[in-house]
Design a protein around this ligand. Structure first.
Ligand SMILES: Cc1cc2nc3c(=O)[nH]c(=O)nc-3n(C[C@H](O)[C@H](O)[C@H](O)COP(=O)(O)OP(=O)(O)OC[C@H]3O[C@@H](n4cnc5c(N)ncnc54)[C@H](O)[C@@H]3O)c2cc1C
Length: 376
């Protein structure tokens, strides 16, 4: 087995690993990145592309605990935990419940604000003006709700926006119809958050980071880190599937796999995986100008992805959601693997997406023509 030396090794070539690698490289360090799948092989490929500097609302909110039994009973509910996985998920679920207390929610929102507020500035810094203009649309996001009455959660969300001075504009049913012709009738209220935006291609944005990194002399190596072994003096041996690499510093940015890699070092990361689905609608009859999402428990959002010339309706079920699936199954749906999503996902997407009937029929027709592979 060969041995090589690196000042800095980054494990993982997702959006996090490559952003860190690029920043470190620009700070004058010699950096190499390890990833058996290459850039954007994980969640950074299959997401909805929302960029949310003006979002500081945590997922766990007061009152959620009351809803959990109902969610667990509902086959299309946002939270599903397979009984055999429950004991493993329990510690994380308990922390999630604790995180939903108001004083924790406000403290977490402060941390989220500090992390998110410079999102667009950082993207411009990383990509440069030309790529930024090509890949990023800072055109706001619209949150939508059904029914007339605001939930108690919405009042806390408003409290959080006020706390951080985040601008938002309330929309009524007429405003929404103008912005989104063909919007389902049961969507009656909305909120426009002008400071947010989206990328037209989550995959291309990560590939662009990779190109910038390589162009400045960085190496992305197709190897899997198997084990991190501390050495005297603070450096590490990173055992990969084909080599031993000695690194002065190691950055673990292996997404959902990070907890597994760090556990043998006694570092416990409270990380559970999240499952999400997306349905790709080719030539949709509705092409709204803004990205939209429903911030309630049945998270969906629509994104408009330039690469695939289609709208993407992404149904993101809540937090623990993926606590119930082996990791490989969760990521398969996003990394081009043929695995079809579970029945409940394909049913839930059209049910909750903001579509008029014509688009639904067209989507169903497209699906039947192109097979289940497009429906995740
Ligand atoms: C359906 C869905 C929609 C989403 N929508 C949004 C959104 O709109 N906006 C948003 O900001 N976020 C969204 N997210 C979340 C976002 O995709 C993730 O937070 C983000 O991609 C995580 O990036 P990452 O670099 O940490 O992980 P990943 O992109 O998963 O990258 C981790 C990389 O590490 C590699 N790796 C793993 N183990 C090893 C190892 N042992 N050695 C070497 N390499 C390893 C993997 O191959 C992978 O390439 C969404 C997620 C989903 C599932």
């Amino acid at each position: 087995m060969s041995v090589s030396y690196h000042p800095v090794l980054v494990v993982g070539a997702g959006v996090v690993g490559l952003s860190v690698a690029l920043y470190l490289q620009r700070a004058g360090m010699q950096v190499a990145v390890l990833d058996p799948l290459g850039p954007a092989g994980g969640a950074s490929f299959g997401n909805a592309g929302m960029l949310s500097p003006d979002t500081a609302t945590p997922i766990a909110m007061p009152g959620m605990l009351r809803k959990v039994p109902g969610w667990l009973r509902d086959p299309l509910g946002p939270l599903a935990v397979r009984p055999s996985y429950f004991p493993r998920a329990l510690p994380w679920l308990l922390q999630w419940v604790k995180a939903g207390r108001l004083e924790r929610v406000l403290a977490i929102s402060d941390a989220m604000r500090a992390l998110h507020r410079d999102t667009l500035t950082c993207w411009r810094e990383l990509l440069g003006d030309t790529l930024y203009r090509d890949l990023i649309r800072p055109s706001g996001q619209v949150h939508v709700w059904e029914g007339d009455d605001a939930s108690p959660t919405e009042a806390i969300e408003q409290q959080i926006r006020d706390r951080h001075g985040i601008a938002a504009q309330t929309l009524n049913a007429d405003d929404l119809r103008q912005m989104f012709p063909g919007l389902a009738r049961d969507i009656t209220r909305g909120l426009f958050v002008p400071g947010n935006g989206h990328t037209v291609s989550p995959q291309r944005i990560v590939h662009s980071l990779a190109e910038l990194f390589r162009a400045a002399g960085g190496a992305i190596v197709a190897e899997r880190a198997m084990k991190l072994i501390p050495r005297e003096g603070g450096s590490f041996t990173v055992m990969t599937n084909t080599a031993n690499r000695i690194a002065e510093r190691v950055v673990v940015a292996a997404g959902a796999w990070s907890a597994q890699l760090l556990a043998p070092l006694g570092i416990r990361v409270p990380l559970e995986t999240e499952r999400g689905y997306h349905a790709m609608l080719f030539s949709p009859s509705v092409t709204p100008r803004h990205l939209s999402l429903s911030p309630d428990a049945r998270h969906f959002c629509t994104t408009f992805l330039a690469d695939s010339a289609c709208s993407r309706f992404s149904l993101k079920t809540l937090c623990g959601l993926a606590a119930c699936e082996p990791l490989e199954n969760i990521l398969d749906g996003h990394s081009g693997n043929r695995a079809a999503p579970p029945w409940s996902a394909t049913q839930a997407c059209p049910r909750h997406a903001v579509l008029d009937q014509r688009s639904r029929r067209r989507a169903a027709h497209q699906r039947s023509r192109s097979g289940a592979g497009n429906d995740h």
